[in-house]
Design a protein around this ligand. Structure first.
Ligand code: AMO
Length: 406
């Protein structure tokens, strides 16, 4: 289609141009009418006599040909005058909310039920563009560090994280699962490529209705070999997060501050094996006060709360060489050093049937380097970045306890 975008109007001042997009809004005054057209780049104002706009209700898709005319009052300083407007669809039915208002005045369930239309709102689509830029930043940072991108199965034979929140499925008559993470596969591929990453969907049958849990989310995973301990993984996390936050105004310290889990518990005056959301919030505020940083690593989580592949802390076996990264008081990354000796895996899986882990264990039987990695949840990252209170706002089509459609 021979068209220019709304943002290109100023370059064409004085010329006849064609724009295509959605009718974002019409304003009909006594003697003049305005049609605001929305395309993927932004908004453009079209001026016409009010009767000429009557046939094009909001959200109708139109082709507008007219003269790009300088008008300082128009968005971008140039509007389209003397237009011919052709509808490319039937007149659109009005959406259940006004997409042209700066804020969508509808409750989250309504917006999610009407996601195909609600997501057209410039605020909402902008958030998802930001998400896409963050994922591009993740890839760029890891490409620059010589990682390669892999794609691993999402239909799997065993749970990779805790067994509790795994979706079971019928796989040609055999039991199987939706992958909770690419954990086993990314580790196995360290044995091939040394440094790998994956961007893909993961599935958690989360039984709780919370603002930070989804049944499907996008996991940004990385894994690297030949490390001394988890601190090298944390340095990679720092580069990745800096890449993802580039251009957002959030400052990433050259070294992100870190606190050991045991010290965090002392600060919190608590004695628990894991951090509760309120603990994370408190530590987030503490890191701002103490270090001026919105990012904080918590290291050394107790082994009892970490998966079996976690490497213990040398000299302090109750703790682990693992970490979480908190961003604005919420866990967005989990990672750490892994076991890498076959015998250690057999011990860690104590007494369990090893058959489902056969392919995974194969890698360790045949020689794996010391390695570690991490996973960052895209939806939580974007929620912290944008201030969205609920991860459902950072997912195009969220999946949760109650929602399987749209
Ligand atoms: P973990 O289970 O902590 O670790 O998940 C890693 C990150 O994924 C995000 N996340 C979620 N986001 C939305 N909905 C959920 N239900 C959900 N669960 C987790 C969080 C979390 O920090 N294999 C390990 C990672 C590793 O060690 O490499 C793992 O999956 O942002």
């Amino acid at each position: 289609m021979n068209r220019i975008l709304s943002t290109q109007l100023p370059e064409h001042a004085g010329q006849t141009v064609t724009l295509a997009g959605w009718v974002h809004r019409r304003r009909l005054l006594k003697s003049v009418g305005f049609l605001v057209l929305r395309d993927r780049a932004g908004l453009a104002q079209v001026v016409a006599a009010p009767p000429a706009l009557a046939a094009f209700p909001e959200e109708t898709v139109v082709l507008v040909t007219g003269v790009a005319t300088v008008n300082p009052a128009a968005p971008g300083g140039v509007e389209v005058a003397g237009p011919t407007i052709v509808a490319l669809t039937d007149p659109a039915q009005p959406p259940p909310f006004d997409l042209y208002r700066p804020e969508l005045a509808a409750a989250l369930p309504t917006l999610l039920d009407h996601a195909p239309v609600a997501l057209r709102h410039p605020r909402l689509s902008a958030l998802h563009r930001l998400s896409a830029r963050a994922v591009a930043g993740f890839r760029q940072a890891l490409d620059a560090l010589d990682f390669i991108e892999i794609h691993t199965p999402k239909l799997v034979a065993s749970a990779t994280e805790s067994g509790a929140n795994v979706f079971g499925i019928d796989y040609f008559g055999r039991p199987a699962y939706l992958a909770q993470s690419p954990q086993f596969y990314k580790q196995m591929m360290v044995g091939v490529f040394e440094r790998v990453y994956e961007v893909g969907p993961v599935f958690r049958a989360e039984p709780h209705d919370t603002v930070r849990h989804l049944a499907q989310y996008t996991s940004l995973d990385a894994e690297l070999g030949f490390i001394t301990d988890h601190r090298e993984v944390m340095a990679v996390v720092r580069s990745v997060v800096a890449g993802m936050l580039d251009g957002t105004g959030v400052e990433v310290p050259a070294e992100i501050p870190a606190i050991h889990f045991a010290d965090a518990m002392d600060l919190l005056g608590a004695d628990e094996p894991d951090l509760a959301p309120a603990h994370e919030r408190w530590l987030g505020e503490w890191a701002v006060r103490e270090y001026g940083s919105e990012l904080l690593f918590v290291t050394g989580y107790p082994m009892v709360k970490r998966p079996f592949y976690t490497h213990p802390e040398p000299g302090r076996p109750g703790y682990s060489n693992s970490f979480d990264l908190l961003f604005r008081g919420m866990e967005i990354v989990t990672g750490g050093q892994r076991l890498h000796r076959y015998g250690d895996y057999v011990s860690a899986l104590h007494g369990q049937d090893l058959a489902p882990y056969e392919a995974y264990l194969q890698a360790f039987r045949h020689g794996m380097p010391p390695h570690g990695g991490f996973a960052l949840g895209r939806e939580r990252f974007v929620a912290r970045l944008t201030g969205a209170a609920n991860v459902r706002q950072t997912t195009l089509f969220p999946r949760d306890l109650h929602r399987l459609s749209p």
